[in-house]
Design a protein around this ligand. Structure first.
Ligand SMILES: CCCCCCC[C@H](O)CC(=O)SCCNC(=O)CCNC(=O)[C@H](O)C(C)(C)COP(=O)([O-])OP(=O)([O-])OC[C@H]1O[C@@H](n2cnc3c(N)ncnc32)[C@H](O)[C@@H]1OP(=O)([O-])[O-]
Ligand SMILES: NC(=O)c1ccc[n+]([C@@H]2O[C@H](COP(=O)([O-])OP(=O)(O)OC[C@H]3O[C@@H](n4cnc5c(N)ncnc54)[C@H](O)[C@@H]3O)[C@@H](O)[C@H]2O)c1
Length: 740
C-alpha cells in the first residue's frame, strides 16, 4: 500500500474519483486506503463512480461525504439502511437514475413530455430516497449533461450546487451517450436533433469518453444539428478506450490495453495505436495527444488534416478560451475563495469567461481527425515508446489521468486538495449554477413595494405556500397592505371554500402567517430566492434599489421587476446579474388577473427564465413570454388605448361614462378605459406616458395629456386616493360599512 497515498487521504478536504469503467481494482485499493484512515470530518465530496463501480464503493462509509458522480448518481452512505443491502439498493438507484438522466433530456426538450411530469418524477425520487437531510450539503456535480443540475437540485435541494460546465455547452458523457444509444429509437433521435436545432447558442459538444463506433455513427447525425463547434479533448477520448489492467498492491500487473468493447468492435488497430499516443503524453506530460500527432504529420500528404490538427492543438493548449475553456474559474462561494487563497494556484473570478466562438468545426472534421490519428499511428515507421505498467500513486497526476476518462475533473480536485499546479491539459470551467439549484425551489420571495401591486403579489405568493417578505418605506403602508391582503384573501377563501368557514379561515391564516413585513430590504435579500420589485415607476429609483440589492442578495437570487413600462434591460444594468434578471409583469388586481408577462432580456439565462415561468404557474397564473420591448405585450396596446380615451374626454367628444359604457358594451371590456385608468392609478398612468414621451417625442400616441397631468397634480390618483376621472368616496364608504 502506498504510504503517501494513505497520508494524503487522511489530509484531504476533497476526495476525487473519476468515473471510468473497468477500474474496480483501483476502487478496491482506494476503498482500503479510505477505510484505514480516520476520514476528516470536513470532507465535502467524493466524485466516485459509475454504475460499473457500484460493487466496490466501500469507501462510502465516510461520515460526512456526499457522493456525486458524473452521472448524477448520488449516494449518501450514512442513509443506507443495512450494509448487506447496500449494494443492491445502490445499484438499482444508480440504474434508475441513469435512465432518469435520459428521461431528463427528453422531458426538458421534447414537446410530448411536460414539466409537470418531470416534477412528478422528482417528487417520487425525493420521497423514495428520503434525502432531505442532504440539503445542507455542498454538491459538486461534475456532470454537464443537460438536466442533471435541475434534477439534483429538485430532488436533493442541496445548499449549493456547483457544476463544471462549459458555457453554452451541450455535453454528453459516455454513460449518457452509451445508455442513450441503447435506448435510442427513431423518436429519441428525432427529439435530440430537434433539441440541437433549438439551441442557437450551443457551442460545443463534448465527446469525452465516446468510444463506441456505433455511437459515433448514431450521434454523428445529431452533431450535424449543432451550429458551432465540437470540443474534443483527445486525451479524454483516448482514455475512454482503455482498459485499466488488474492491480496488485497498487501496481498494474500488465500493460494497459484497449477497452474490450473497442477491441471487439474495431479490432486492435486504431485503438492500440491511439494508446501509443497516450503513452507519449504520459512520458511527457507537457505534450498532448495533439502534439504527438502534429509531430508525426507528413506535410506533403496531409496538409489539410495537419492544419486542422494544429488548430485543435492551438485551441486546446494555448487559447482555451476560444471554445469556452477558460483561464479561470467562476466560483460562487466564500468557501471557495478561502480555498483559493489557501491553496492558491487559481484565480477566482465572478463572471464566466467570455466565449466567442469564431470557428466552425463540424462533426465530420472530428471523425476525420480520429481516422487521421489512427492512420498516423499505425504507420510502422514512427517510433513509439513501449507501454509500461503504471503505478497507482497519488503523488503523480498519472493516477488521476489513468483513473478516468475525465481528466479535467480529476485535475480540478487534485488542485483543491493538493494545491499544485495543474498540467496544462486540464481545462475546467466552473460556472456558478447555484441558481439552478433554486430553479425549481423558490421558497422565499422578497416583494419590494407594498402598494397595489406589491401587496397583491405578496398575497398570491403566500397563498401558493411560499414564504414572503414584503418591504415598503413605512410601517403604515405595510399595515395597510397586510389588512388589504387579509380582506382580499377573505374574498378568495369565500369563493374557494363557500360555507366551510373553518377551512376558509385556515386558508387565510396560513397565507397571512407566511408574510413578514419590514422596511429594510437588505436583510431579507440575503435569504430570498426571488426578488420582485413593485415600487414606484421611476427608472432611477428602481436602479438605486437594485444596485443595493445586488450587493446584499445571495448569489443565486433571481431579480425581477414588475415595471409596466420601463426597460428591464435598463433596470438590470444596475446589477451584475444579467443572467438572473428578468421581468415579471403582473396585472391589477393581482389576485384576479390570470396573466403574467415573463420578460426576458438578452442576458437572462434559460434557467432563470424557466424558473420565472414555473413561479408564475405556481402562483396560479398563466405566463406568456415577452421580449423586453416597451410595454411588453399588453401595455403596448393598452397604453395608447387608454390615452386615446383620455384625449377623447379632453376634446369633449364624449363623457367619461359614455366612453366607458361604450367600450364595455361595444367591445366587451370588463372595465372602460377611464375606469381602468382610475383603477390602475393616474399617477402610474402619468409616469408611463411621460416616460414613453421622453423616449419618443414625435409619437403622438404618447403625447402627455393636460387633463391627466391636472388630475395627478391635484392628488386625484384614481381609486386609491378616492377620486380620479370618477369619485369613489361614497362607494368606498359604503364598502367599508358593509365590510366588503
Ligand atoms: C395610461 C397607461 C395606463 C396603463 C396601465 C398599465 C398598468 C399595468 O401595467 C397593467 C395592468 O394591470 S392593466 C389592468 C388590467 N386589469 C384589468 O383590466 C381589470 C379589468 N377589470 C376586471 O377584470 C374586473 O372588473 C375585476 C376582476 C377587477 C372585478 O370584477 P367585477 O366583476 O368587475 O367586479 P366585482 O363583482 O367587484 O368582482 C368580481 C369578483 O372578483 C373578486 N375580486 C375583485 N377584486 C378582488 C381582489 N382584489 N381580491 C380578491 N377578489 C377580488 C370579487 O370578490 C368578486 O368575487 P365574487 O365571488 O364574484 O363576488
Ligand atoms: N398599478 C397597476 O395597475 C400596475 C400594474 C402592473 C404593474 N405596475 C407596476 O408596478 C409597480 C408598482 O405599482 P403600484 O401600482 O403598486 O404602485 P403603488 O404606488 O401602489 O405602490 C408602490 C409602493 O412602493 C413603495 N416604494 C416606493 N419606493 C420604494 C422603495 N425604494 N423601497 C420600498 N418601497 C418603495 C411606495 O411606498 C408604495 O407603497 C410600478 O412599477 C408599476 O408600473 C402597476
Amino acid at each position: 500500500m502506498n504510504k503517501n497515498a494513505v497520508r494524503r487521504v487522511g489530509k484531504a478536504n476533497y476526495l476525487a474519483r473519476s468515473n471510468h469503467s473497468g477500474i474496480d481494482d483501483n476502487n478496491a485499493t482506494f476503498s482500503a486506503l479510505t477505510m484505514q484512515q480516520k476520514v476528516p470530518t470536513d470532507l465535502l465530496a467524493l466524485e466516485p463512480s459509475t454504475s460499473q463501480q457500484a460493487e466496490s464503493m466501500d469507501y462510502l462509509d465516510l461520515p460526512s461525504a456526499v457522493v456525486v458522480d458524473g452521472n448524477g448518481v448520488v449516494t449518501a452512505p450514512h442513509l443506507q439502511p443495512e450494509k448487506d443491502e447496500r449494494h443492491a439498493t445502490r445499484k438499482s438507484t444508480i440504474f434508475a437514475m441513469l435512465s432518469l438522466e435520459i428521461l431528463m433530456i427528453l422531458l426538458q426538450h421534447a414537446d410530448f413530455l411536460t414539466q409537470q411530469k418531470l416534477r412528478k418524477v422528482c417528487k417520487y425520487w425525493r420521497a423514495v430516497l428520503n434525502l432531505s437531510d442532504l440539503q445542507e450539503s455542498v454538491w459538486l456535480d461534475s456532470q454537464s449533461l443537460i438536466g442533471t443540475h435541475d434534477f439534483v437540485a429538485e430532488v436533493y435541494r442541496p445548499r449549493q450546487l456547483w457544476s463544471f460546465t462549459l458555457p453554452r455547452t451541450l455535453s454528453i458523457t459516455y454513460n449518457g451517450l452509451f445508455y442513450q444509444r441503447k435506448e435510442m429509437d427513431g423518436e429519441a433521435s428525432r427529439v435530440l436533433r430537434k433539441f440541437a436545432d433549438r439551441c442557437p447558442n450551443l457551442v460545443t459538444l463534448d465527446l469525452r469518453g465516446l468510444y463506441l463506433k456505433e455511437c459515433i455513427d448514431d450521434w454523428n447525425v445529431f452533431f450535424r444539428g449543432v451550429p458551432y463547434s465540437l470540443t474534443v479533448s483527445a486525451s479524454q477520448i483516448v482514455f475512454g478506450m482503455l482498459d485499466v489492467p488488474e492491480m496488485r498492491n497498487g501496481v498494474a500487473q500488465e500493460p494497459m490495453k484497449p477497452h474490450r468493447r473497442c477491441r471487439r468492435r474495431t479490432g486492435s488497430g486504431p485503438t492500440v495505436d491511439l494508446l501509443h499516443a497516450v503513452r507519449q503524453v504520459e512520458l511527457n506530460p507537457a505534450n498532448s495527444v495533439f502534439d504527438a500527432l502534429r509531430n508525426s504529420v507528413e506535410a506533403s500528404r496531409l496538409d489539410a488534416v495537419r492544419e486542422w490538427v494544429e488548430d485543435c492543438a492551438t485551441v486546446l493548449m494555448k487559447d482555451q478560451r476560444w471554445l469556452g475553456f477558460v483561464r479561470a474559474e467562476s466560483l460562487p462561494s466564500p468557501a471557495i475563495h478561502r480555498i483559493s487563497s489557501e491553496w492558491g494556484d487559481f484565480e477566482v473570478v465572478t463572471e464566466p469567461a467570455e466565449v466567442s466562438p469564431q470557428k466552425v468545426v463540424n462533426g465530420q472534421d472530428y471523425f476525420t481527425l480520429l481516422k487521421f490519428a489512427a492512420y498516423i499511428l499505425t504507420r510502422g515507421d514512427i517510433a513509439l515508446p513501449r507501454p509500461t505498467p503504471f503505478k497507482f500513486d497519488f503523488e503523480t497526476d498519472r493516477f488521476y489521468r489513468l483513473m478516468g476518462g475525465v481528466s479535467f475533473h480529476a485535475d480540478f480536485f487534485r488542485r483543491l486538495h493538493r494545491g499544485k499546479k495543474v498540467i496544462k491539459m486540464a481545462s475546467v470551467f466552473l460556472q456558478p449554477v447555484r441558481h439552478y439549484s433554486k430553479k425549481a425551489a423558490i421558497n422565499h420571495v422578497l416583494v419590494i413595494g407594498g402598494g397595489l401591486m406589491g401587496s397583491g403579489i405578496a398575497q398570491i405568493t403566500a397563498a401558493a405556500g411560499m414564504k414572503v417578505t414584503l418591504v415598503d418605506q413605512s410601517q403604515d403602508v405595510l399595515k395597510k397592505a397586510v389588512s388589504g391582503i387579509e380582506s382580499s384573501l377573505g374574498k378568495v377563501a369565500r369563493k374557494q371554500f363557500g360555507e366551510d368557514k373553518e377551512k376558509a379561515d385556515k386558508f387565510v391564516k396560513t397565507a397571512v402567517e407566511l408574510i413578514q413585513t419590514t422596511t429594510d430590504a437588505q436583510q431579507p435579500a440575503q435569504f430570498a430566492d426571488l426578488i420582485i420589485e413593485a415600487i414606484v415607476e421611476n427608472l432611477d429609483t428602481k436602479k438605486t434599489l437594485f444596485t443595493s440589492l445586488d450587493k446584499a442578495a445571495s448569489n443565486h437570487t433571481i431579480f425581477t421587476s414588475n415595471t409596466s413600462s420601463l426597460s428591464i434591460t435598463d433596470i438590470a444594468a444596475a446589477t451584475k446579474r444579467q443572467d438572473r434578471f428578468g421581468g415579471l409583469h403582473f396585472f391589477s388586481p393581482v389576485p384576479m388577473m390570470k396573466l403574467v408577462e415573463v420578460v426576458r432580456i438578452e442576458g437572462t439565462s434559460d434557467a432563470t427564465f424557466d424558473a420565472l415561468f414555473d413561479f408564475a404557474k405556481k402562483v396560479g397564473k398563466v405566463p406568456v413570454a415577452c421580449k423586453d420591448t416597451p410595454g411588453f405585450i399588453v401595455n403596448r396596446l393598452l397604453v395608447p388605448y387608454i390615452m386615446e380615451a383620455v384625449r377623447m374626454l379632453e376634446r369633449g367628444d364624449a363623457s367619461a361614462e359614455d366612453i366607458d359604457t361604450a367600450m364595455k358594451l361595444g367591445a366587451g371590456y370588463p372595465m372602460g378605459p377611464l375606469e381602468l385608468a382610475d383603477f390602475v392609478g393616474l399617477d402610474v398612468c402619468k409616469m408611463i406616458i411621460d416616460g414613453w414621451h421622453k423616449n419618443d417625442k414625435a409619437q403622438p400616441l404618447f403625447f402627455p395629456s393636460p387633463m391627466l397631468n391636472k388630475l395627478v397634480g391635484e392628488g386625484k390618483l384614481g381609486r386609491k386616493s378616492g377620486s380620479g376621472f370618477y369619485d369613489y368616496k361614497a362607494q368606498q364608504a359604503k364598502q367599508a360599512k358593509s365590510g366588503r
